[in-house]
Design a protein. Structure first.
Length: 799
């Protein structure tokens, strides 16, 4: 950048010469062409931006977007010297600064995504971008910083608050660290916007004075054109789309108030622009979660759509008002106007938040994993199924009580709330970042995991139930998946339906009144002790507001033809009320399904493993963004196997790429199930192995089952077809129930059960086995489960 000496610039600003820039049609055409590139590509990038977007596609789009802006526009800003092109030169400078900002942010986001199971602080990206903006501000604008225009700043606060206030009603705040992160993000966005708008008139500072309407219009369109890239680099396309659209008009207001601030201070009023954009963006960023938008889009859309629509109407009205008022800005000079506007805006927003919103922050929770973990392998040599389970339970409880005693006393002395666990020797703690740091430094602590709670929805946007899905009639014929694996032949020819086997459903809950599931519930209508637990909202009776768990339970054991083992019974635990969980809730349910307790009971003292499920179906995963690592839940799965409880997991829906199976299905002793579609095709979404994060290159998944267009029960008494490995694993769970019902000697003998499943599995042809083509391989495992042949082998004893 070229800078005027302070004395020269002051003289120029005090005695402005008419702008030499052309305007009108030529300026409009050139500006439109320049802004079309980031507008179109930024919109495309925003559409594809997501947690699951392949890194090459994300980084490639970021490069195509940012590098031409940073380099080509930078060269234009550097070399385009003729005075008549000063405004175009400023536009090029603004786009170059923006392009470099986006490129830096995309690189940092890519680095974070590449570090799987490594805790890269979330604040690194916004703080680095904020530092970038401050460097640009100090290096290029140090002689052009205005004297503080308090009136313009207050008007900016008022305007931004009005634009973003609707999110105080439609959204919900997260934890305190999430709030700090949102503030840092909003500050970096506001600063780069203010710098871009300031750069627009950097080489022609008189243009805003001479043509305030056109200057405001140009600045507003610059904001609109670059907003997609600013939000897309964060990797949360849905949240960025909703927030970006709701504040589109903010750029016009920011430019107009910056011009007003410039008039008051004789310099470009960047602080007015900063506070306008900061307030407009910090409110929606604080009241929404990009992660929740990525992984539960249907649910948050019911709330966020109102933020988008109302915000867009308000910001558009503000933009129009700004364009009208910019030529009458002398009337805004009275200090009382700014104070009154800011006070009115903030008070109105607070009243709306307190009266219509959900005030307060979510609890700041984390899981402390102790250094000492129990060894329960002794149970493998024990006789007696119930005795084996009880021995494991008592050993785990005793070991956890002993090893956690000192830390519990330390937390009690400081008034810190915590919940102990035994299946993993761990504790869930509610405390701030400083306490977390102190705990992490203790010698008896191995590691600490994030345990971010899911934000509640506003009352007007309740979680959409699967009952809103397309209803299908109760199937008269056996669904294709059950027929394909031969489960119907097991019922009809062998007379085995899964009697005397209890299956634990760890999911979004179960509708106990559904005709396909009512008779199979191990509890009763008025007694849910030992058969139901809800660590999510502590509902005293089984519920399912999502529908996923009811569908899964129906596939395992539903009557009306939908279940593989319709004679089995179920108990359930709600670890996933919506499509986002956390490590603590997952362990809550694993403990309950292993050793259930009464509704008001204590898992450590009231658990009864003899009432627990023989096996559990787990149609869920715990990815890094939920707080899990690759080891913690694997500890619990290992203990459950030693106790004789089989844990069945869907392999995940991140296919068809290799190395896409995540925790906990990637655990060595977890039985992970991939999905096939009608026609014996491995479903494209089905995650593949090998397991590479630990360097073992272990083969996964273990086996396949039908998982596409699966008809099963949904809340409200209906039926629907869902797809996913979430639908494949309950097929396999049902087969295990049939096996153990057919031959009770197999109950708890997981090694022999797996041997039967693998020996009788059918080979499936696959184009890419993700490694060795022989079975087992990383696309099909041992092949497609065959319920009929497996039960025949179990009955024969020839294994």
């Amino acid at each position: 950048m070229e800078e005027l000496k302070e004395s020269e610039q002051t003289t120029a600003l005090q005695n402005p010469e008419p702008s030499s820039n052309p305007h009108g049609c030529v300026l409009a055409i050139v500006s439109a062409l320049a802004l079309a590139y980031p507008l179109v590509l930024g919109f495309f990038w925003l559409v594809i931006a997501g947690h699951s977007t392949p890194i090459p596609l994300y980084l490639g789009t970021a490069s195509a977007y940012a590098l031409p802006l940073a380099f080509l526009c930078g060269i234009v800003a550097w070399r385009l010297r003729p005075p008549q092109f000063a405004l175009w030169r400023g536009l090029a400078l603004a786009l170059a600064i923006h392009g470099a900002y986006v490129w830096l942010g995309a690189l940092l986001n890519t680095l974070e995504r590449l570090t799987v199971y490594f805790d890269v602080p979330d604040l690194i990206q916004p703080l680095a971008l904020l530092i970038y903006g401050l460097v640009i501000l100090a290096a290029g604008f140090r002689n052009r910083l205005p004297r503080l225009s308090l009136n313009a700043i207050l008007l900016g606060v008022a305007t931004g608050t009005i634009i973003g206030a609707v999110w105080l009603v439609v959204g919900v705040a997260g934890t305190f660290p999430e709030l700090i992160f949102a503030v840092a993000e909003a500050a970096s966005i506001a600063l780069i916007t203010a710098l871009s708008l300031g750069s627009l008139f950097y080489y022609d500072p008189q243009f805003p004075n001479e043509y305030p309407f056109w200057a405001t219009l140009l600045g507003g369109f610059l904001f609109v054109a670059t907003l997609g890239g600013v939000f897309a680099l964060r990797g949360f396309g849905l949240q960025g789309t909703f927030i970006g659209t709701s504040i589109l008009g903010g750029g016009f207001a920011a430019t107009g108030l910056a011009i007003f601030g410039r008039q008051q201070s004789n310099r470009f009023g960047w602080l007015a622009a900063f506070f306008t954009v900061f307030m407009a963006s910090v409110l929606p960023l604080s009241m929404s979660s990009g992660v929740e938008g990525a992984f539960m889009p249907d649910e948050v859309t019911f709330a966020w759509i109102w933020g988008l629509l109302i915000g867009l109407v308000v910001s558009t009205a503000v933009a129009i008002a700004t364009l009208v008022a910019v030529n009458w800005r002398d009337y805004l000079n009275h200090p009382a106007i700014g104070v009154s506007a800011a006070s009115l805006g903030i008070i109105t927003a607070l009243l709306a938040y307190l009266g219509l919103g959900q005030p307060g922050l979510q609890p700041n929770l984390f899981v402390v994993v102790m250094a000492e973990q129990a060894d329960t392998s002794f149970a493998l040599d024990m006789d007696g199924y119930d005795e084996r389970r009880m021995a494991v339970y008592e050993h785990l409880v005793d070991q956890s009580n002993a090893s956690q005693a000192e830390l519990r006393d330390w937390l009690d002395q400081r008034g810190v709330d915590y919940t102990p666990y035994y299946l993993v020797n761990a504790m869930r703690v509610q405390a701030g970042p400083l306490m977390r740091l102190r705990i992490s430094l203790r010698s008896d602590v191995d590691r600490i995991l994030h345990n971010v709670p899911t934000r509640p929805l506003p009352s007007f946007a309740e979680t959409p139930s699967a009952s809103s899905a397309l209803f299908l009639a109760s199937p008269n014929d056996v669904p294709w998946g059950i027929e394909r694996i031969g489960a119907d032949r097991v019922w009809g020819e062998l007379g085995i339906t899964g009697e005397n086997i209890v299956v634990g459903i760890a999911d979004s809950g179960v509708d106990p009144s559904h005709p396909a599931l009512r008779a199979q519930y191990a509890g009763s209508a008025d007694n849910h002790d030992y058969t139901w637990f809800d660590p999510w909202e502590f509902s005293p009776e089984p519920i399912d507001e999502n529908g996923h768990g009811t569908h899964v339970a129906g596939t395992v054991l539903g009557q009306t033809n939908v279940g593989v083992a319709p004679g089995a019974r179920w108990i359930a635990c709600r670890n996933l009320g919506r499509n986002r969980g956390n490590p603590a809730n997952y362990v809550d349910c694993m403990q309950f399904l292993f050793a259930p307790f009464p509704l008001e009971g204590d898992p450590f003292t009231d658990g009864d493993p003899t009432r627990g499920a023989h096996l559990t179906n787990n149609s869920w995963g715990c990815p890094e963004f939920e707080g899990c690592d690759a080891e913690t839940l694997a500890i619990a799965i290992d203990h459950l196997r030693n106790a004789g409880q089989m844990t069945v997991f869907g392999s995940g829906n991140e296919g068809p790429s290799c190395r896409t199976i995540g925790a906990p299905a990637d655990a060595d002793v977890a039985l992970s199930v991939g999905a096939i579609a009608l026609g014996d095709r491995v479903s494209s979404f089905s995650s593949r192995g090998p397991i590479a994060h630990d360097g073992s290159n272990r083969t996964k998944p273990d086996i396949l089952a039908p998982g596409q267009d699966v008809i099963s029960s949904i809340p409200g008494g209906g039926y629907a077809a869902f797809s996913g490995t979430s639908m494949a694993s309950p097929h396999l769970s049902g087969v295990v129930a049939l096996l153990w019902s057919a031959n009770p000697d197999l109950i708890g003998d997981i090694e022999r059960t797996e041997q039967i499943l693998y020996e009788t599995a059918e080979p499936i042809i696959v184009e890419d086995p993700c490694g060795a083509s022989d079975r087992p391989n990383n696309s099909i495992g041992y092949g497609l489960v065959n319920a009929y042949q497996a039960v025949v082998l179990a009955l024969s004893g020839g294994f």
